[in-house]
Design a binder for this molecule. Structure first.
Ligand code: PA5
Length: 430
């Protein structure tokens, strides 16, 4: 994975970088030595190294069992309890899997991330006809959306298979000792996995929260973890501004923020990355957006959005900088047909693959945005696979903690989330 920066010259001086660099070095040490603000939630830092072989084997064995009896796997959770799994499953998926009759792996569906009634009704209609299993994920075990979805789906599962058989189709991922979900799992005898105390929801993708659904979907969790290990090694062993890409990324986005560019646009050129961008937005939005501070994380999928938000980005208010995820290679090829009469005048493209054309669109958009004063951070991956995604996860997690420390906010709490809950519970008469 590589990173480069364009269009920052007018915002960033060597002097500023030098000053920021020693600031970042200090925060880096706070993360590694676990003595900064929110340090009780730094379990993710060493997680890739600490994941036990036993746990990985157990998740793999369990996902094998699920695959043998489920056409659909329902993941019940919200926020950090579902976005990481969805980010990776969607990034690696065949986009049209849901329409395939023959499937080797269960189709992963999410629930408890919305209270929308039509969504739930449609899901139940499908689950009436399909064999399914479910995992309910909630660290607190008390979040309303997944709790309610779990009640509805557990009842459906029990009506469909009987209480005994339903029990074998349910897994809970939750706290090791507290919360309603933990109590219910103990009394009902569900298989459980633990989210450890020192890892918050949005940092939990490499725990069973993400690993189980990813394994059930048929992806290689060992390689994903290996990617995260590689990035961890890279970031922890390179402690200069010139060599540490998380330091560089955190510094540049901070300087953008200080210069009034308070919207970060993650730019992808693959629809498979839409959910990854959602994970990124939650990670940074929930970690940084507090005390009246923070960069607003946003995203586009191009070239689709070049025909939509592209207009605003090019010509609208100059408050955006871009973080582009460039993927070098695609895994499949499509031949562009030659037409003798060239009726659509596209024969000039024949020397390119679709990926090369997509890259040219990326380059063209980058040039146009640079011309219009939009600074760009470009993160380059060789391809979209488990190893690169593992690297990307750890890179953003580490960078996010550094970035929040630069803003002097606690990266690991989310006090603002409570406000809507308080009102909602009051309105519901709790
Ligand atoms: O990142 C976080 O901590 C949050 O987004 C939580 O994951 C989310 O609120 C769900 O919480 P819980 O897992 O306790 O149901």
């Amino acid at each position: 994975m590589k990173i480069d920066f364009q269009g920052f010259e007018s915002y960033v001086s060597d002097k500023e970088i030098g000053k920021l660099s020693s600031e970042i070095a200090k925060h880096h040490l706070s993360i590694v030595n676990k003595n900064g603000i929110g340090n009780e939630f730094l379990g993710w830092v060493d997680l890739p190294e600490k994941l036990s072989k036993g746990l990985i084997l157990d998740i793999e064995a369990e996902s094998e069992k699920i695959r043998s009896k489920a056409e659909v796997y329902v993941v019940v959770g919200i926020g950090g309890s579902y976005l990481g799994a969805k980010a990776i499953v969607d990034a690696l998926q065949n986009h049209f899997n849901s329409m395939k009759k023959e499937r080797n792996y269960p189709y992963i569906i999410f629930a408890g991330q919305t209270l929308n009634e039509d969504y739930m009704a449609d899901l139940i209609e499908i689950l009436d006809k399909k064999n399914y299993c479910l995992v309910v994920v909630s660290k607190s075990g008390t979040t309303l959306e997944p709790s309610l979805a779990f009640r509805i789906l557990r009842t459906h599962l029990e009506n469909k298979y009987g209480k005994e058989k339903a029990r074998e189709r349910i897994i809970a991922v939750t706290d090791k000792e507290k919360g309603v979900l933990k109590d219910m799992s103990s009394s009902e005898g569900y298989k459980t996995y633990v989210i450890s105390d020192d890892i918050g929801g949005r940092y939990s993708v490499l725990t069973p929260v993400g690993l189980l659904p990813i394994a059930v979907a048929g992806y290689d969790i060992r390689t994903l973890i290996h990617g995260a290990k590689k990035m961890r090694h890279n970031l922890l062993n390179n402690t200069t501004f010139e060599t540490n890409i998380a330091w560089q990324y955190a510094a540049m986005r901070y300087l953008m923020y200080k210069n009034g560019k308070n919207i970060e646009l993650m730019v992808n050129y693959s629809p498979n990355m839409a959910s990854f961008a959602e994970w990124f937005k939650q990670l940074f939005g929930e970690s940084e957006g507090k005390d009246g501070k923070g960069i607003f994380p946003s995203s586009v999928i191009n070239t689709t959005d070049l025909h939509s938000l592209g207009q605003y980005i090019q010509d609208g208010k100059k408050q955006v900088f871009e973080t582009i995820i460039h993927v070098d290679k695609s895994s499949k090829r499509v031949r562009i047909p030659y037409l003798e009469d060239d009726i659509d005048s596209l024969n000039y493209l024949l020397e390119n693959s679709l990926t090369q054309i997509n890259h040219k669109a990326e380059e063209g958009a980058s040039m146009a945005h640079l011309d219009s004063g939009i600074p760009q951070i470009r993160i380059c991956l060789e391809k979209l696979d488990e190893e690169n995604l593992g690297q990307l996860i750890y890179f953003f997690e580490f960078s996010c903690a550094l970035s929040a420390y630069l803003l002097e906010v606690n990266p690991f709490d989310q006090p603002g989330v409570e406000a809507y809950k308080k009102n909602m519970f009051k309105l519901l008469g709790k």
